[in-house]
Structure formats: structure tokens, C-alpha cells
Design a protein around this ligand. Structure first.
Ligand code: DQA
Length: 152
């Protein structure tokens, strides 16, 4: 059981970046919190943050093997600004057949209209937004319960 925890551009600045919108929790706080919860669920977290679109594509490719059993591999991704722009990351998720939950810290529908469109939502297992850093925990719990059900 493995979860790829992917965060896009500017999320490395969480904690100091627009705290009124994104809160005061840092990305390393989020990653540590997700990791410690995952441990008790028997899930390994592979965290990755990049400000570069192609690096995220490469990271996804590096977790793809056509023969590899991916039944218990899931993705939690906050594509950040790439949500609204990136056909390339969308295509990489589809090319690797890695199922994903899309997370946003803020409620993008309550913000500028250009944030309302996502290149990911129509292909996501689900979308969590507006719940702050808790959204990542909610996504983790989703994967844990889904795999528990599938293993029964
Ligand atoms: C975000 C929302 C995006 O619109 C924005 O570009 C981000 C963060 C969020 O988590 O709320 O960088 O994905």
C-alpha cells in the first residue's frame, strides 16, 4: 500500500504564503502528519513537491511500470496553479493509470473565476477543497478505507 503525495508550485512556501488563505501549517508539517497517520494504516507515503511541471510528470513516470501491480497505489495531488493550466500532468496521470484524489487547501470556487476550472477534476476519484491541511488527511483516509474494503 503506497500513496504518492504530490504538491505543486509554491506549496513549498506554505506557512508563510498568504496565511489568510492557506493557513499557517507548513508543507513539512503536512507531510509529517500524513506520514504518521499512514504508518498506523500500513500505508507508505512517497512525498514529492516541485515548482516544475516536467518534474512532476517525471515523478509520475518513475512510479509507472506496466507490469507492476498498482492496485494498492494511489495518488494524493494538489497540483496548485498547475490545476488550472496543465494538460501535461493530467496526461501523465492518465498515462500511468494512477488513480488520484485532487486536494486544494482553499475553496477554489470562492476565489478568482480562473481557479474554477480544473484539468484534473473530471478524472479524479474525488476532489477535496476548502478544508485546509485536513484535506490531505481526508484523502489519506479515503485510500485506507477503499483498500480495506477491496481486501475483504
Ligand atoms: C491551491 C489553489 C490553486 O488555485 C492555487 O494556485 C494554489 C493552491 C490550493 O491548495 O488551494 O497554489 O491548489
Amino acid at each position: 500500500r503506497k500513496v504518492l503525495l504530490i504538491n505543486g508550485p509554491n506549496l513549498n512556501l506554505l506557512g508563510t504564503r498568504e496565511p489568510g488563505i492557506y493557513g499557517s501549517t507548513t508543507l513539512s508539517d503536512i507531510v509529517e502528519n500524513v506520514k504518521s497517520r499512514a504508518q498506523s494504516m500500513g500505508i507508505t507515503i512517497v512525498p514529492f513537491q516541485s515548482n516544475h511541471e516536467g518534474a512532476i510528470v517525471d515523478f509520475l513516470h518513475s512510479h509507472f511500470s506496466p507490469r507492476q501491480k498498482t492496485a494498492f497505489t494511489g495518488v494524493i495531488i494538489n497540483p496548485a496553479a498547475f490545476t488550472h493550466t496543465s494538460v501535461a500532468i493530467r496526461d501523465a496521470l492518465l498515462a500511468t493509470s494512477l488513480p488520484f484524489v485532487e486536494v486544494h487547501i482553499s475553496n477554489v470556487h470562492a476565489r478568482e473565476p480562473f481557479r474554477a476550472h480544473s484539468y484534473f477534476s473530471d478524472k479524479a476519484q474525488g476532489v477535496i477543497m476548502g478544508l485546509g491541511a485536513y484535506g490531505y488527511i481526508a484523502a489519506l483516509e479515503f485510500w485506507a478505507q477503499k483498500w480495506d474494503v477491496e481486501e475483504e
